[in-house]
Design a protein around this ligand. Structure first.
Ligand SMILES: Nc1ncnc2c1ncn2[C@@H]1O[C@H](COP(=O)(O)OP(=O)(O)OP(=O)(O)O)[C@@H](O)[C@H]1O
Ligand SMILES: [Mg+2]
Length: 228
């Protein structure tokens, strides 16, 4: 079995009673090892909610989620954090870099949590910064980088623990179209190297470049097309 992601009847309700928001209403979704899937759909349809659950940043209200063979639903906070750090690399639209830590240090952080020794952390961080094309910025602070450079750092950090799954929520959303295309090219290269990628985008031209497109509407999967 080569499923990295498998969800069944995944449900997420925010709030309760009168103020409840049914963000996900029964999502059956699977992603096989090595796939590159684009998640699309209108604003408020539940894409980020689904990504947060897939990335073990949040838990579903009901339903099941199996990530690389591990049951995720019902995990306690500490276990959820551990599986997230081990299995998932997450890239956000807003980069989410630590402003006071150097670029190299930002990339090292997930390895620090994973208990990797100092020397190996540094070596792996430098190799990853090399891979995303900004090793020369290793000792700089995030504020001194352009948006595209910051997103490359975020991608390097996401890859720090060689995750089974790379998730990206609008990774080009804050970038101009040329820089966005360069960052997307990086995702293509990572896909060719065997990484499993799920990427949220509003941009049809970006979605068209994925192997498969899955559309979410009102908390449900509306359509899925492309190679299965
Ligand atoms: N923390 C939260 N508390 C309450 N409601 C929330 C929360 N996060 C999201 N929602 C609601 O859940 C629904 C889905 O939101 P979500 O952020 O997943 O949409 P999205 O598809 O990512 O939208 P966008 O394209 O604008 O990013 C929306 O109605 C939203 O208002
Ligand atoms: Mg969103």
């Amino acid at each position: 079995m080569n499923a990295i992601i498998q969800t069944q009847a995944l449900t997420k309700v925010y709030g309760s009673n009168g103020t409840a928001v049914h963000a996900l209403r029964g999502i059956d979704f699977s992603v096989q090892k090595g796939e590159f899937v684009a998640l699309i759909g209108p604003s408020g349809s539940g894409k980020s909610t689904l990504m947060a659950i897939l990335g073990c940043l949040d838990l579903p209200t009901a339903g099941t989620y199996t990530l690389d063979g591990h049951q995720v639903q019902g995990l306690a906070g500490g276990e959820l954090a551990r599986i997230r750090n081990e299995k998932v690399g997450f890239v956000f639209q807003s980069y989410n870099l630590l402003p006071k830590a150097s670029i190299a240090r930002n990339v090292e952080l997930p390895m620090l949590y994973a208990g990797v020794g100092r020397r190996e952390r540094r070596e792996r961080a430098m190799a990853l910064l090399e891979k995303v094309g900004i090793a020369d910025k290793a000792d700089k602070l995030p504020a001194t980088l352009s948006g595209g450079q910051k997103q490359r750092v975020a991608v390097a950090r996401a890859l720090a623990n060689a995750p089974a799954l790379l998730l990206a929520d609008e990774p080009t959303g804050a970038l101009d179209s040329k820089t966005g295309a360069e960052v997307l090219q990086l995702f293509h290269e990572l896909h060719q190297q065997g990484n499993t990628i799920v990427l949220v985008t509003h941009d049809p031209s970006i979605a068209a470049q994925a192997e498969r497109r899955v559309e979410i509407r009102d908390g449900l999967i509306a359509t899925s097309e492309g190679a299965a």
